[in-house]
Each structure stands twice: as structure tokens, then as C-alpha cells.
Write a protein that binds this ligand. Structure first.
Ligand SMILES: [Zn+2]
Length: 338
């Protein structure tokens, strides 16, 4: 990473085109950077001279020659030393006026950092990679991710919106930057993530603290699953049509369920399979889905049809309901550090 401390004087660069016009924010969301390249320099539409109510007093230019017109007082409000490494003084210093401050980052990264500083929503949505790069570089520019990424901030919510499709990446970002609330919220999407698939590099990024919390939480869920499923099935009182002996099929069916959910090691160290011949449901012990009542029913329904006794079917149905109630009470995220 080349350190950029260069301050370009206005006469050091040649502005070759027209600036973008002020977009109507009420009807047209402001893109991260204008596509209307004028010569070799373009202007960010989100941070053009007229984009905000206040008159900008500071200009940044990214490595791909996009200009960002910003407000030193606005940026300094939460991060008084933001971008100080570029100029050696705070942005509010008079030395930062009437100059173009070069930042050796792409416009996508700069745009995300500025949107975070202004706590404005990014439009169009930047790529996840750009967001990660921007957050990772915040500290280098003396911007604290923990200050900018509070649970109510736009960027925090945007990052979490990626969690359903990139759960481990979001969790790693949160862990790396000690964004505890984000790590907790992201972890719910790791509820059935195969932990054995975590690479060494990803484990290093997550860090020992959050990696430990992730594994402890998953192990706790596994032990709770065993406890819940190993609770015995109590037969119904014998009737004329279904004696205790007659309930043997019901007991055997439940024994199969208990064996699959209760005895197998669900921690990922083995590849035990849950296999019901009727469903051909095969799940590695780490990939098992979050257990729901409909999932249990889908597994057991074909077998229940083999049971003639309505009371036996009720026993199983009630057992499944109780299991789901207990299972839903097991924490669905890592615990908060607070
Ligand atoms: Zn029965």
C-alpha cells in the first residue's frame, strides 16, 4: 500500500470536463460515483459540490480519478482525525482548503467510507467486496469501524443484509473488527453452516475470540439437541386396540429418530448421515437444517402412516411439538459479549 500524502494544488491537475449536476435527491437516488466521465476525471454524484445542503470545503480524489466534495466539519464530527495520514493535519485545518487531496484507493472504496462517515445509504448498492475493503481500510485512515458501524447505521444494516448469502464472511468481518452486535446477528445464519469448511485463513480473520464463541455455541446446540431428542417417548395408556406391546412399532420409530438426532455427533468430526429410506434424506452432521416441525413431519409422515393407532400417532405428534418448543428455546445466535 503506497502511502498517499500528496496534496495536489489546483494548478497541478487539469479539470477537463463538466461537473455533474445536482441530482434531485427526492426522486433520484444518488449513485456512488458518476458514470459520466469527463475526460480523465469524473465526479461522484453522491458527493458532488451541490449534492448536500452545505457547501463542501474539502475535495478528495480517488486513485481512479473520481472527485469527492466533502465537508470537513461533517466528517470530523465523529472522526476528528479521519484521513489525517493523507495530509498530516486534520481535515478541518486550513491547509486542506483549496487543494485536492489524493487518496490511493478506488472510488468504490472511498465512496463506502464516505457514506459511512455521513451515515447515508449507498446507492446503488456497492459490492460486498468493496464494502469489506472499505471497512478493512478504515483504521488506516483513522476511522473507527466501531464508531461508524453502530447497529442503527446505514452501513451496518447494509452489511448485515449480506449475511443470509455470505454468513461466514459477514461474521468474519464483524469478528475482525470487534463489531460484537453484528457478529451476534450474523451468527444466526451460521446455525447449520458446516464448521469444518472454515479455512485456516478465514479462521485467522475471524480471530480466536469469535471462533471460540462460534464453536462453543454450536456445541451447545448439539448437546441440547441430544438432550431434547433423547427424552423418552411415553406410550399412551393401553387400550383394547393398542396394548403396550402393540406400541412397539411406535417405540421403534422414535428410537430411529433419537438415534439420528440424539446419538450422532453433530459437531462435524464425523460424517454420520441421517438417512430415512422413505425420504432419502441424507444430511451430514454439520449440514443438518434447522429442525422445524414441518421438517420432522416430512421425515416421519410416511412412517406414521404405518401406525394404525390414532393415539400412537398423537403421541408422536405431541412429542414433535414439544421438541420444537424446546429446540426453539435454544439460543439461535452466539451470546453477546455484553
Ligand atoms: Zn397406540
Amino acid at each position: 500500500m503506497q502511502e498517499s500524502r500528496a496534496i495536489m494544488e489546483p494548478d497541478e491537475w487539469e479539470y477537463q470536463g463538466t461537473r455533474t449536476t445536482h441530482p434531485d435527491a427526492s426522486s433520484n437516488p444518488t449513485p456512488l460515483a458518476s458514470n459520466t466521465t469527463a475526460g480523465s476525471i469524473s465526479v461522484s454524484s453522491a458527493f458532488n459540490p451541490g449534492a448536500l445542503d452545505e457547501i463542501s470545503d474539502t475535495v478528495l480524489i480517488s486513485s481512479d480519478s473520481v472527485l469527492f466534495y466533502v465537508h470537513s466539519s461533517n466528517i470530523s464530527r465523529t472522526q476528528p482525525n479521519a484521513f489525517r495520514r493523507l495530509v498530516g493535519v486534520p481535515l478541518t485545518d486550513a491547509a486542506c482548503r483549496d487543494r485536492i487531496i489524493k487518496i490511493d484507493e478506488g472510488s468504490d472504496v472511498v465512496a463506502v467510507m464516505l457514506h459511512a462517515l455521513y451515515d447515508r445509504s449507498c446507492y446503488p448498492t456497492p459490492s460486498f467486496e468493496s464494502i469489506v475493503a472499505a471497512v478493512d481500510k478504515m483504521r488506516m485512515y483513522e476511522i473507527s469501524p466501531t464508531v461508524q458501524l453502530t447497529s442503527t447505521s446505514h452501513l451496518y444494516k447494509l452489511i448485515l443484509s449480506f449475511a443470509p448469502v455470505k454468513p461466514l464472511e459477514v461474521f468474519a468481518l464483524a469478528g475482525f473488527h470487534r463489531l460484537d452486535g453484528m457478529a451476534v446477528e450474523a451468527s444466526t445464519h451460521l446455525i447449520s453452516y458446516p464448521l469444518s469448511a472454515i479455512t485456516d485463513a478465514m479462521a485467522a480473520r475471524i480471530g480466536t475470540t469469535y471462533l471460540l464463541r462460534l464453536f462453543q455455541w454450536r456445541l451447545h446446540r448439539t448437546s441440547e439437541m441430544k438432550r431434547i431428542f433423547l427424552t423418552p417417548l411415553f406410550p399412551h395408556p393401553p387400550t383394547r386396540g393398542c396394548s403396550f406391546e402393540g406400541q412397539r412399532i411406535t417405540s421403534q420409530l422414535w428410537a430411529e429418530v433419537s438415534a439420528n438426532f440424539g446419538y450422532e455427533d453433530h459437531t462435524g468430526s464425523t460424517t454420520a448421515m441421517l438417512s430415512f429410506p422413505d425420504k432419502r434424506a441424507k444430511l451430514t452432521n454439520c449440514d443438518y437444517p434447522d429442525i422445524t416441525l414441518s421438517f420432522l413431519r416430512s421425515l416421519l409422515q410416511p412412517r406414521l402412516q404405518q401406525i394404525d393407532c390414532e393415539l400412537c400417532r398423537d403421541v408422536i405428534e405431541n412429542k414433535m411439538r414439544n421438541i420444537i418448543v424446546e429446540w426453539n428455546a435454544v439460543p439461535r445466535t452466539i451470546p453477546s459479549s455484553g
